[in-house]
Design a protein around this ligand. Structure first.
Ligand code: TXA
Ligand code: MG
Length: 352
């Protein structure tokens, strides 16, 4: 195994009232072109000075991320936004007024100040103002917009705890700020506001229904509706074409009415046991009796299921599970984002 080259320090920080000295330490690293991992309300981020190509290039290297996959730029106030974009369309203003700081990222036409490497060569830039005092304080003290993808190795489930970041990036970065478990657990919604009717490129922490309540009609990108091969597949979010959220275990998603899905999961578990496979079942049914190595209860409410989703997938790996059978949920509200991540994690989906 390759020896780690850097000592990775984890510092616990109060997520409501972050300690000045800790934030100063992190902001010095950012200002010196280094990389820092920090909590946000969605998932942990891996941040660098968004305006400096050499700092940003380190993020791609550390994550093993493809250079055509643009990063989200995190800001702490509206003056920063104006410097980074060509224009702020009216629909964007409405979304910002309602949901920022919060789990929604807007795609704008970019200004000259944003380097090409940050946007994967696109002439648009994705921006969000996160709702977490640690990252907000870090941006403020650094005086810089911070480019940050999720702080995982590309293809792994996004980290929702500092420990997940360490599991993936130990020896690769100097500092992880530990602000506890991420409140939402699913990444932000990415919405393209350069279009007449805004297009959701990635479902996430704010649902389509909530956005439509504020601004009227928005669309899901075709790729999210299984219309990949239709003629309108331009303007997609480049990151969505990569497989994501995958634990080491094979994931099989079982969708359908609760009783039928449960029965299918029981049947599959029996079959896999005969093949000597270690099975973990992730279910929304508390009372499911099943002869699996592990049963992980996902919760009932979308918020709970979302908060624990990536953590549950990583947990199964730590128990050396071969196959994770996941019970699907409804595709509405945040359930749509949860199902999107599960479909990406799954090598197989079964509908009953
Ligand atoms: O909640 C989040 O958004 C987290 C936290 C850390 O803020 N960040 C995150 O970043 O999930 P990442 O890099 O894992 O995902 C960013 C997504 C990718 O699908 C990427 O392709 C898309 O946003 N994206 C970024 N810039 C874009 C642009 N200019 N146009 C279209 N999609 C863009
Ligand atoms: Mg990611």
């Amino acid at each position: 195994m390759k020896k780690p080259t850097v000592r990775t320090e984890i510092i616990r920080v109060n997520s409501k009232r972050p300690d000045y000295h800790i934030i100063r330490k992190a902001s010095r690293l950012i200002c010196n072109g280094e990389i820092v991992a920090f909590p946000t309300e969605t998932v942990y981020g891996l941040g660098a000075n968004a305006l400096d190509p050499s700092s940003v290039s380190k993020i791609f290297k550390i994550k093993g991320r493809h250079s055509d996959n643009p990063l989200i730029v995190h800001i702490d106030d509206m003056n920063n936004l104006k410097k980074l974009v060509m224009e702020i369309p009216p629909s964007a203003n409405k979304i910002i007024n309602k949901f920022w700081p919060g789990p929604i990222t807007l795609v704008f036409k970019k200004s000259e100040s944003v380097p090409d490497i940050t946007t994967g060569g696109l002439n648009t830039v994705a921006i969000r103002m996160p709702r977490n005092n640690v990252v907000l304080a870090l941006i403020k003290m650094s005086g810089l917009p911070i480019a940050a993808p999720s702080a995982n190795i590309s293809g792994r489930p996004s980290p929702t705890k500092a420990k997940h970041v360490k599991d993936d990036l130990d020896g690769k970065i100097k500092l992880i700020l530990d602000g506890g478990t991420a409140e939402i657990g699913i990444e932000s919604t990415v919405i393209d506001v350069t279009q007449q009717i805004p297009i959701i490129l990635r479902p996430g922490g704010i649902s389509k229904e909530s956005i439509e309540n504020e601004i009227g009609k928005v669309r899901f990108h075709d790729s999210l509706l299984g219309l990949e091969n239709s003629k309108h597949t331009k303007n997609r979010s480049p990151g969505m074409k990569y497989r994501h959220c995958s634990p080491n275990a094979q994931v099989i998603l079982v969708e359908g009415p609760t009783n039928k899905a449960r029965n299918k999961i029981i049947e599959l578990t029996e079959r896999l046991k005969i093949e000597n496979k270690r099975v973990c079942v992730m279910t929304t049914s508390k009372s499911l009796k099943i002869n699996a190595e592990r049963i992980q209860y996902m919760g009932k409410r979308f918020e709970t299921i979302g908060r624990n989703l990536f953590s549950n997938l990583r947990e199964a790996d730590s128990h050396k599970i071969d196959v994770i059978l996941v019970q699907g949920i409804q595709h509405k509200k945040i359930g749509f984002a949860i199902m999107n991540r599960l479909k990406k994690a799954a090598s197989k989906s079964i509908r009953v």
